[in-house]
Design a protein around this ligand. Structure first.
Ligand code: CAO
Length: 418
């Protein structure tokens, strides 16, 4: 028995944010039915193509374990089928541009009329307010959610991060909202609307930067390198380079080979609890009792000097040697892993986080499996569906159309070629 077995999801999502959410629901055991426009489907099927005439990795890596039905929801017969889907599903997930679902004739009121138990879950760029009608992509959300203004180096331009916190991050938030709404429905029998705006999701992940914004009132942010460098703080949380976001100062430091390998670096955290061990390790035992270095408060204005000394040591070791030496000493460090190294990591493969999937059009490819592990539920990653692969199966088995009705729907053109 899978955790969400028996839950049927009408998946109206596209691109990245919505699909990450419904992919998680599918991995938790829900039957996810992806509704796509005949002929084209999710735009990502043909974006960033690496294998001609095959679904792109962009699509396949975000749509595992789903079924695909083609349906023109602006066609009269398509609307009839959609209404039947709405009445047969527990959850509708969508991330259309604002208002698109209403223009199809399936706004929240209509959905509730058809199926009062329906949970209608949406990703939008912004929540209610002056920007609610805007279309939004990943980097816009990173900028509007406070991430870009606080990422990058002081004096340099705002920076977006490679982690898709606007899209995949919001997908995660929405999946949590849906599971909570499902629990709530168990108690009340009622569905509800769930909204995860991307700006809000990014801000939630940037919570510590709003913390720092408020701390500025009490004086300079002493754990920021900027403090030790004598640079005044302005009115807003500044960019902090690779400074750690918490109370334990950390930095990215060079390791052996950095001159030629762009990823020969380690993250090194000078955790207070292990400071004496760090001093011994880097050959500065005199710092243990020196009042200029012995306490965190004393070290904060000297972080450049402290990390320069640590880097003297790390640059004589590979990033993995740093890890091997520091781990037994309880010193928190982490190698900067390239995507190549991650793709080849045996541990991640054994844990099911890096998974090799077979696809009829593209052969084998790697994907990221379910990042959440359950003791009672083993997630098996199945390939993404081909466009409209399950159209007839869904019309007949899920929606119960008999042969003559099936024929009428196919001939109407509402489901494209089958
Ligand atoms: N049958 C018929 N029409 C369909 C259809 C189907 N099966 N599926 C979609 N459509 C139509 C929609 O109804 C809409 O038509 P109208 O504009 O006439 O109402 C149209 O396709 C386009 O939908 P869209 O506006 O959502 O798509 P877009 O490519 O123009 O915009 C995006 C994409 C992502 C900017 C927008 O959807 C958006 O802002 N979504 C919310 C925020 C979000 O999730 N962003 C992250 C995306 S991942 O980076």
């Amino acid at each position: 028995m899978k955790p969400l077995q028996g839950i049927r999801v009408l998946d109206f999502t596209h691109v990245q944010s919505g699909p990450t959410c419904t992919q998680l629901l599918a991995w938790f055991g829900a039957d996810v039915i992806k509704v796509e426009r005949p002929g084209t489907g999710d735009a990502t099927r043909t974006q960033l193509v690496d294998v001609p005439d095959a679904d792109s990795l962009y699509f396949t890596m975000l749509n595992h374990n789903k079924r695909s039905i083609c349906l023109n929801t602006k066609h009269e017969t398509g609307k009839e089928v959609l209404a039947r889907l709405v009445s047969s599903c527990d959850v509708l997930v969508e991330n259309f541009a604002p208002g698109a679902l209403g223009r199809m004739g399936f706004g929240w009121e209509r959905i509730q009329q058809i199926n009062p138990r329906m949970i209608m879950a949406s990703v939008k760029g912004f929540g209610p307010g002056k920007f609610e009608d805007c279309k939004v992509y990943e980097n816009v959300a990173q900028c509007a959610g406070g991430s870009a203004s606080t990422t990058g180096f002081l004096g340099d331009v705002p920076m977006v991060t490679g982690a898709q916190i606007g899209d995949s991050g919001t997908g995660l938030h929405l999946a949590l909202g849906i599971t909570v709404a499902l629990l709530h429905r168990q108690k009340t029998g009622r569905g509800q609307r769930v909204l995860a705006p991307m700006q809000d999701g990014v801000l939630n992940l940037c919570r510590v930067k709003l913390r720092d914004q408020q701390r500025l009132r009490a004086g300079p942010l002493r754990e920021y390198s900027q403090f030790g460098n004598g640079i005044e703080f302005g009115e807003a949380t500044p960019r902090a380079g690779n400074d750690s976001g918490g109370g334990q100062p950390g930095r990215i430091l060079r390791c052996k080979g950095w001159e030629t390998d762009p990823n020969a670096y380690t993250y090194f955290i000078t955790q207070v609890a292990v400071w004496p061990r760090i001093c011994e390790l880097i050959g500065k035992p005199e710092w243990i009792d020196d009042p200029d270095y012995a306490t965190l408060k004393a070290r904060l204005p000297r972080l450049d000097e402290v990390f320069a000394e640590i880097e003297e040591w790390t640059s004589t070791k590979t990033k993995f040697e740093v890890m091997e030496i520091c781990n037994p000493l309880n010193i928190p460090v982490g190698p900067i892993l390239s995507m190549k190294e991650i793709a080849e990591d045996q541990g991640l493969r054994e844990s099911g986080t890096i998974v090799e999937v077979e696809h009829p059009e593209r052969g084998k490819y790697l994907t990221v499996g379910c990042p959440i592990k359950f003791s009672d539920h083993n997630v098996v990653v199945d390939r993404s569906p081909l466009l409209g692969e399950h159209t007839v199966e869904i019309l007949a088995d899920v929606l119960g159309y008999e042969d003559d009705e099936l024929q009428r729907i196919i001939e109407s053109g509402a489901v494209g070629k089958v």
